[in-house]
Design a protein around this ligand. Structure first.
Ligand code: NAD
Length: 309
C-alpha cells in the first residue's frame, strides 16, 4: 500500500502486478483547513465584537465528548469566545429547548451547535431541538430554513461537512463543473446537502444509497466519488474508474490490528483505491479537519450577518 501520510504530495513508484503506476495525490485536510481559518481570522479582525460559539452536548458518548471539547477548544485557539454545555443524558426536552431559547436571545452568542446524535436513551427530539435554533445562529447549517436556502440558491449557513468537502476540492484546484459526481450516502447531514452544493458548482450529480442496485457500476461512472456511508472500506479499487478523484467522508472505528484498546479510525474507502484514483482524501486527516474549520468559519459568517457587515 502507498504511504497515505497527509503531506499533499504525489507519491510515485507504487507497484501493482509489477507495473509502475503513480499513486493518488493526497488531499490532506490540514493545509486546506489552515487556509479557511486564515480567511475566518481576517474576517474576525473586521468585526466589532468577538464571535462566540456555544456547543451543547447531551450525554457522555466518548466520541461526542471528544468532538464537542475539541470544537470549543479550536474556537478559543482561533481567538473566538466559546461555551460548552454538557447536559446529562436524562435531561428533559423542555430544559434543552429553554437553553436553546436563551442562547438564541443572548446577543453575545454568534453561533449554536448542538452535537448529534443524541444518546439512544434520550427522550429529547433532535428534530425539535434543531428547529428551535435561530437559523441566523445555526452554524451547523441543519435548520430547515438553511436547507431551503441552500436548495433555493439563497445565502444561508451551509452544513459544515459538505461545505468542507467543497472547500477541500477547491483548495487543491479540483473543479467539479461539468464533472459527474457520484455521492454515496443520502443523509440530511452529508449526502443530500452535498448534492445541492455540487449542483451549485455545476456538477452532474448522482446520489447512490443503500437501495442502489449496482453500487459498483454507479460509482464506476464517476469523475468524482464522495463516500459518506459509515461502512469501513465499502468503496474498493474495482469500483473506481482509473483517474477519478475520491473524497472519503466516512469515519469508522475498527479493531486495531496492533491491539490498541481504542481501535483504529478508517474511512469508507479502501486504501487500495490510492492505486487507481488520481486524488484521495485520507482518514483521518482529510474531511474531518475541514468540518471543524468550516464550523468556525460559519460562526464568523453568522457574527458578520448579525452585525450586518
Ligand atoms: P447516515 O447513517 O445518516 O447515512 C448513511 C447513508 O449511507 C444512508 O443514506 C444510506 O442509504 C447509505 N448507505 C448505507 N449502506 C449503504 C450501502 N451498502 N451502499 C450504499 N449506500 C449505503 O450517516 P452520515 O451521518 O451521513 O455519515 C456517514 C459517514 O460519514 C459516517 O461514517 C460518519 O461518521 C461520517 N461523517 C464524517 C464527518 C466528517 O467530518 N468527516 C461528518 C459527518 C459524518
Amino acid at each position: 500500500m502507498p504511504d497515505l501520510s497527509p503531506d499533499g504530495a504525489r507519491i510515485d513508484g507504487a507497484r501493482i502486478d509489477g507495473a509502475r503506476i503513480e499513486a493518488a495525490r493526497v488531499l490532506a485536510g490540514e493545509p486546506a483547513a489552515a487556509a479557511l481559518l486564515a480567511q475566518a481570522q481576517a474576517k474576525m479582525q473586521a468585526l466589532p465584537i468577538v464571535p462566540k460559539l456555544v456547543v451543547v452536548r447531551i450525554g457522555d458518548d466518548p466520541a461526542s465528548v471528544y468532538y464537542t471539547r475539541m470544537k470549543a477548544r479550536r474556537a478559543k485557539k482561533l481567538g473566538m469566545a466559546s461555551g460548552l454545555h454538557e447536559l446529562p443524558s436524562d435531561v428533559s426536552e423542555t430544559a434543552v429547548l429553554e437553553l436553546v431559547a436563551s442562547l438564541n436571545h443572548d446577543p453575545l452568542v454568534s453561533g449554536i451547535l448542538v452535537q448529534l446524535p443524541f444518546p439512544k436513551t434520550s427522550a429529547v427530539s433532535q428534530a425539535k431541538v434543531l428547529a428551535a435554533i435561530d437559523p441566523a445562529k445555526d452554524v451547523d447549517g441543519l435548520h430547515v430554513a438553511n436547507t431551503g436556502r441552500l436548495w433555493a440558491d439563497e445565502p444561508g449557513l451551509l452544513p459544515c461537512t459538505p461545505a468542507g468537502v467543497m472547500a477541500l476540492l477547491a483548495h487543491y484546484g479540483i473543479a467539479v463543473a461539468g464533472q459527474h459526481v457520484v455521492i454515496v450516502g443520502r443523509s440530511h447531514l452529508v449526502g443530500k446537502p452535498l448534492a445541492g452544493l455540487m449542483l451549485r458548482a455545476n456538477a452532474t450529480v448522482t446520489i447512490a444509497h443503500s437501495r442502489t442496485p449496482d453500487l459498483a457500476a454507479t460509482v464506476r461512472q464517476a469523475d468524482v466519488v464522495v463516500a459518506a456511508v459509515g461502512r469501513p472500506w465499502l468503496i474498493t479499487a474495482a469500483m473506481v474508474r482509473p483517474g477519478a478523484v475520491v473524497v472519503d467522508v466516512g469515519i469508522n472505528r475498527v479493531p486495531d490490528p496492533d491491539g490498541g484498546e481504542d481501535g483504529k479510525l478508517v474511512g469508507d474507502v479502501h486504501p487500495e483505491v490510492a492505486m487507481v484514483a488520481s486524488a484521495l482524501s485520507p482518514v483521518p486527516g482529510g474531511v474531518g479537519v475541514m468540518t471543524v474549520a468550516q464550523l468556525l468559519y460559519n460562526t464568523v459568517l453568522a457574527a458578520e450577518q448579525q452585525h450586518q457587515l
